[in-house]
Design a protein around this ligand. Structure first.
Ligand code: TA6
Length: 288
């Protein structure tokens, strides 16, 4: 598109269109497919987001890493077993709306609306979505979804942020102490909150309930804060060795990341009246 600021250039990764952001204080890569940030680092820092070196960069295939947008459902669809996991948004090409410099930040906006394919999907409603990516000393990703239909709709969304860590087995996530969670590996039942931070011994796949807290990831080298808005659920995930090995685009790289996801899923799904909008946002910062 024309009219991009000098800090934003268009390019490709594999077969996928991207924009490269080289801002005054941070760099990033944003894929048009899925409006997915796949790289972000403030200048002077190593990569903050994990992206698999085995990610498949092909249209219609979910890219493993960065900040995939799960929308308009999360995980397996509740009633349609053949529907793609985490919704259609992450494997659909979005439109680059605009990009602008704002002080030290560079802001990129992308849009997605219903079309023939989405209206034939497991979530057939009319909608408009805008994803705003703010590339600065912090990374901001905000997904605004508007109901353009003539009836109420229920939508789930998550910002499935993959954070690069030295070794997940020596990483902790603080901020969710005392928060009950649904434990997916053991069948999805509710567990009471734990006294200490989350630690990773084997697969962890938890949906923390009723929390608006900022989570802090500490891998011994660096601390990352993940704040959020419009979200009362936080998902924490690492597949561990067995599930990691079974995923072609993860393999033995599973210790290198943890996902901390701002989410509005399950009982926290959003019901939108006609014309109503919801904004789900996350902000990632290096805090030490
Ligand atoms: O957010 C955690 C989760 O829902 C896990 O259950 C796990 O399957 C992960 O997302 C990755 O899902 P994907 O469809 O990207 O393989």
């Amino acid at each position: 598109m024309s009219g991009l600021p000098a800090s934003v250039t268009e390019g490709t990764e594999g077969a996928l269109p991207v924009v490269h952001v080289r801002g005054p204080v941070a760099d990033a890569v944003v894929h048009l497919q899925g409006a997915q940030v796949t790289a972000w680092a403030p200048h002077g820092e190593g990569p903050v987001l994990w992206r698999s070196s085995r990610a498949r960069l092909e249209p219609g295939v979910a890219v493993r890493g960065g900040v995939p947008l799960c929308f308009p459902w999360f995980g397996a669809h509740a009633t349609e077993p053949t529907a793609p996991a985490h919704g259609f948004a992450r494997t659909t090409r979005w439109e680059l709306l605009d990009a602008a410099e704002d002080g030290d930040d560079v802001v990129v906006r992308l849009a997605l609306a219903d079309d023939l394919l989405t209206r034939a999907s497991a979530w057939p409603h009319r909608f408009a979505a805008v994803c705003t990516v703010r590339v600065g000393r912090t990374l901001g990703v905000a997904l605004e979804a508007t109901n353009r239909d003539d009836h109420d709709v229920t939508v789930e969304a998550a910002l499935h942020t993959y954070l690069a860590v030295r070794d997940v087995r020596r990483t902790s996530v603080a901020g969710l102490e005392g928060t009950p969670y649904l434990d997916k590996p053991s069948g999805g039942g509710e567990r009471p909150g734990e006294a200490g931070p989350v630690r990773f011994e084997g697969e962890v796949d938890r949906v923390y309930l009723g929390t608006r807290a900022t989570a802090t990831v500490d891998d011994g080298d660096r601390r990352l804060a993940v704040a959020k808005t419009g979200s009362a659920t936080t998902v924490v995930w690492n597949p561990g060795p067995a599930r990691g090995a079974a995923m072609a685009d993860v393999g033995d790289a599973w210790p290198g990341f943890v996902c901390v996801e701002a989410a509005a899923v399950g009982d926290d799904a959003v019901r939108l009246a006609p014309g109503a909008s919801h904004v789900l946002g996350t902000e990632v910062a290096v805090v030490g």
